[in-house]
Write a protein that binds this ligand. Structure first.
Ligand code: FE2
Length: 492
């Protein structure tokens, strides 16, 4: 059987070589390459091809213009766009111009193979149908069906690309609005989640809305019937204080046959009515995004369970040693006060909140006889205690989404002058959140009662901290601590 032939168009010889290897080795294609759109058009004039892969940014004739030319002259040859992650939106736009699909650099071999096989398979199917049927309507119908499927797949891919890796609900809601407006350019949009008898707007563009009572409102039918609705706003004004003259498309987000959220798209930019194919696109988008939100909800349950398990571990350590009771919690609070002076991000503060709480978790692996020993420790016993940052690091290592918390656990006994343990890091090699935690940790240790001494006074402790600026502690962090409520002498 004759092999299918592919034309690879890319100005980067390495990309051409890698793709050629994948396509010839794993898809059994004959390969011809070109380094820009003009050269590719010359090849197309001379020979027959079954599939084209083209880069976006190339000299002479770029990918988008080449695609348009190729689709115009050779509509039967499918074109797959090659794109970087940052230009995926351009590749999706290319699909509206007739590209069959896109593949993302750096290549994931299985994805390239899957896309290639699917595109070639669909082309063959279409050819077969055309040969078998002289009926124009059948061809049109199948063509439309193929186009719809392709569009559906591309939306699914796009949602995955944009939403995977985001675990914060607010970010997901904002992304949903952003993507919906990209799919159908509109003047305003809102996304709300259902809370009891209200729709709570969690993200929007062009609207200032908080909550809408569902019963009796324009949302009621869509939410109850779980089917999209188009409202014409001529003369009617569904939003208090807002004047809308255009159509609103309401698309319910459902899971297990329940509406849990609603997307509203208001007033198309081109002032036309919502067309059937546009509604289908938004419907597909809502289906995929709803699944993504469900995954996130599952993730939150899992995350909260995990946090509770780790917290109970900390409590069990503290229960062994009544003197350190609530030490971890206070350290987290003091650290957050210092973080505020530095104006750290919410992400850093989350890490401090949780990592501060967990920082001594490795003590679970230290024997009671050593941890609770009232007298002085031998060198051996000291060495065992000093292992707790490493042991703690090992406990949380399998949890891939705690990188900053891991740093807090592993490095909280490092010193600014490099004489700490376990890794002997110094100065700015130690992350700022860790340098913050070590000041908070020391302050709380000194002001707490120990078996062998009474608690130190606030003034005494501040002097100790200041004396150790540049030695144990980062001077900037100690200065920041002095500005916090606790540093100024306020008790919790
Ligand atoms: Fe510690």
């Amino acid at each position: 059987m004759q092999k299918e032939k592919a034309l690879i168009v890319d100005d980067d010889p390495i990309v051409r070589d890698i793709l050629a290897d994948i396509l010839s080795g794993l898809c059994g294609l004959n390969i011809v390459t070109a380094s820009n759109g003009l050269e590719a058009l010359e090849h197309l004039k001379r020979d027959h091809y079954d599939i084209i892969f083209t880069d976006l940014n190339m000299p002479k004739l770029g990918g988008m213009d080449f695609l348009k030319e190729s689709v115009r002259i050779y509509p039967q040859i499918p074109v797959v766009m090659i794109t970087g992650l940052s230009t995926v939106d351009v590749a999706v736009a290319a699909m509206k111009e007739g590209a069959s699909d896109f593949i993302v650099k750096p290549f994931q071999v299985d994805k390239v193979v899957a896309v290639t096989k699917r595109v070639i398979g669909e082309k063959k199917l279409l050819k077969q149908v055309i040969n078998e049927s002289k009926n124009d309507d059948t061809i049109k119908r199948i063509n439309a069906e193929l186009f719809r499927k392709l569009q559906e797949i591309s939306i699914f891919q796009e949602v995955s690309l944009q939403l995977d890796g985001i675990y914060n609900n607010k970010e997901i809601y904002d992304k949903i609005i952003e993507m919906a407006i990209k799919l159908i350019p509109v003047k305003g949009a809102f996304f709300g989640v259902i809370e009891a008898d209200h729709l709570k707007i969690v993200s929007s563009v062009g609207f200032k809305l908080n909550k809408i009572k569902i019963e009796g409102s324009f949302l009621e039918n869509t939410i109850k019937n779980k089917i999209y609705n188009i409202i014409s706003c001529n003369g009617i004004n569904p939003f208090e204080g807002l004047t809308i003259h255009d159509q609103i498309l309401l698309m319910p987000f459902t899971l297990r046959d329940e509406t849990f959220a609603l997307l509203g798209l208001c007033g198309k930019e081109d002032k036309t009515a919502f067309a059937e194919d546009e509604i289908a696109v938004v419907h597909t988008f809502a289906k995929k995004a709803a699944l993504r939100i469900e995954n996130n909800a599952l993730y939150e349950v899992f995350y909260n369970n995990l946090i509770n398990t780790l917290k109970s571990l900390v409590i069990s350590i503290e229960a062994r040693d009544s003197y350190t009771k609530q030490h971890s919690e206070r350290v987290a609070i003091y650290s957050l006060q210092i973080a505020d002076v530095f104006g750290l991000s919410d992400e850093d503060k989350d890490a401090i909140r949780f990592g501060g709480y967990l920082h001594d978790i490795g003590k679970i692996g230290v024997r009671d006889t050593i941890l609770l020993k009232p007298g002085e420790l031998t060198e051996e016993e000291m060495a065992e205690i000093r292992l707790h940052p490493i042991k703690g690091d090992e406990i949380v290592k399998p949890i891939r989404f705690f990188p900053k918390e891991r740093e807090l656990i592993r490095y909280h006994h490092e010193r600014f002058d490099g004489n700490g343990y376990p890794d002997g890091l110094k100065e700015h090699e130690i992350p700022l959140i860790v340098r913050i935690l070590s000041v908070a940790d020391a302050y709380d240790a000194m002001t707490s009662e120990r078996p062998y001494r009474a608690p130190r006074t606030h003034q005494y402790t501040l002097k100790e901290l200041t004396k150790n600026m540049g030695l144990q502690f980062d001077p900037e962090v100690v200065k920041a601590f002095l500005k916090t409520p606790v540093g100024r002498g306020n008790r919790l």
